[in-house]
Design a protein around this ligand. Structure first.
Ligand code: DI6
Ligand code: FE
Length: 412
């Protein structure tokens, strides 16, 4: 394993640069550079193009030649609930016997079942199980991940989850974006008092999280079985007062107007969106809020309504794709399967799927266009794949085509 970010030339059959067409024509209209090379210096890309065009000043550098393989930016999973105690296999069986996701939640299962298990777990147990899940994802090329809290709900357990999320980024070569999801469910100690719980979130939990710098963003579950728009608005007002950007689980099971609320607060993203309507799409387009599509949840709960991909596309709303990895509605650790499902279930093109886990995943995390791209100035966070065409990443599933992940110029 080469953990030293040695300056080098990396060559491959094709490089998916993700930057469209270059003026000098080096990058084809499909974003692919054939017979490509890139130069890494100090962990960053300083040049990318066709090998024949490489300037003589670079030619003395050592070369890693990956033959006919494909190189893409490393993948971004911008919506996960990676950290939790226990599992919810029993609920899977309940659903197989006819119960709906909401039935299970109303019967005291669902998110609250994971809350009990997460409160009971130690930080080291949570870290260990999350690392196991992450290692699977890394084996599919994930180099940047968002991780939410929301299975603690009390102060102590939420802080525990957020600290474990930060620790994850110290244990593995990955960028971790941490999100506080206090407004995920009303915990048992506040049963029937959602407003009081939101007061607690806004006056006790959020200020402490902000003081300790434990979260990069604030999320919520805006739904009939979650929090209504008025309650979510209170959380968002407090988040903004504390300088934290917001995002929202919106229109997953019904149309509650969450996406419009998120847009009003300039949210980074609105996620799920199966029940999003044209007004919600327009609001998101206006505010630049990214649509994060989560086909693993759609598939698991056997939803039949698909997100309005045509409307989002027509309105120019960037669409990201993510696993929503969680123990209930999306027990999935495969970003490549999310890409396949995004195409097959939601009607994305294979290129939209790849954009969804690279540059639009970066947008959904509030990052600029140098992230999730291969361009001068970008960090050398790359994947080398045992395929030659980007379409193959979405087309097949279960084959684990990753040859090598590169993080800041280092093989990992
Ligand atoms: N929507 C989701 O898909 C996750 N949270 C949410 O608000 C699932 C949460 C779970 O079922 O544990
Ligand atoms: Fe989620």
């Amino acid at each position: 394993m080469n953990r030293e970010a040695a300056d080098r030339i990396i060559m491959a059959g094709s490089i998916f640069g993700n930057k469209g067409v270059d003026e000098d024509g080096a990058i084809a209209s499909d974003g692919l550079i054939h017979d490509g090379a890139l130069v890494v210096r100090g962990g960053r890309i300083v040049w990318v193009g066709q090998r024949a065009d490489m300037a003589p000043e670079f030619r003395h550098l050592p070369v890693s030649d990956y033959g006919s393989r494909l190189i893409t930016p490393s993948l971004i999973d911008c919506h996960t609930h990676l950290i939790y105690g226990g599992n919810r296999a029993r609920e899977f069986e309940m659903r197989l016997n006819g119960a709906s996701y909401e039935d299970v939640a109303r019967a005291g299962g669902g998110i609250l079942a994971s809350v009990n298990a997460t409160r009971a777990a130690s930080a080291s147990e949570l870290l260990e199980s999350a690392l196991n899940r992450f290692d699977q994802m890394a084996g599919e090329g994930v180099g940047r991940i968002e991780v939410k809290s929301g299975y603690g709900l009390d102060l102590e357990t939420e802080l525990k989850m957020l600290r474990v999320a930060r620790q994850l980024g110290r244990e593995r070569p990955v960028h971790v974006h941490v999100t506080y999801l206090g407004a995920h469910a009303v915990p048992p100690e506040f049963a029937g008092r959602a407003g009081d719980y939101v007061d607690f979130v806004c006056t006790e939990v959020l200020p402490q999280i902000a003081r300790e710098g434990l979260a990069d963003a604030v999320d919520g579950f805006c739904e009939t079985i979650g929090f209504d728009v008025a309650l979510m608005e209170r959380v968002f007002v407090t988040a903004h007062e504390l300088g934290l950007p917001v995002k929202l689980h919106a229109e997953q099971l019904s149309n509650c107007g969450g996406a419009a609320l998120a847009a009003r607060f300039g949210a980074l993203s609105a996620d799920h969106l199966e029940y999003l309507d044209a007004d919600g799409v327009a609001a998101m387009a206006e505010s630049g809020t990214v649509a994060v599509l989560l086909p693993g949840a759609f598939y698991t709960i056997r939803e039949t309504r698909v997100p309005p991909v045509d409307l989002l596309r027509a309105a120019g709303v960037p669409m990201a794709l993510a696993t929503d990895c969680n123990p209930g509605s999306s027990p999935m650790g495969s970003i490549l399967l999310a890409m396949n499902m995004g195409c097959t279930l939601f009607g994305l093109t294979s290129l939209e799927a790849l954009d969804g886990v690279t540059r639009h995943g970066a947008h959904a995390l509030g990052l600029d266009e140098t992230v999730g791209a291969i361009a001068p100035g970008a960090r050398a966070d790359l994947c080398v794949w045992n395929v030659s065409d980007p379409v193959e990443l979405s087309y097949q599933f279960g084959f684990r085509p990753l040859h090598q992940r590169i993080f800041g110029g280092c093989d990992v």
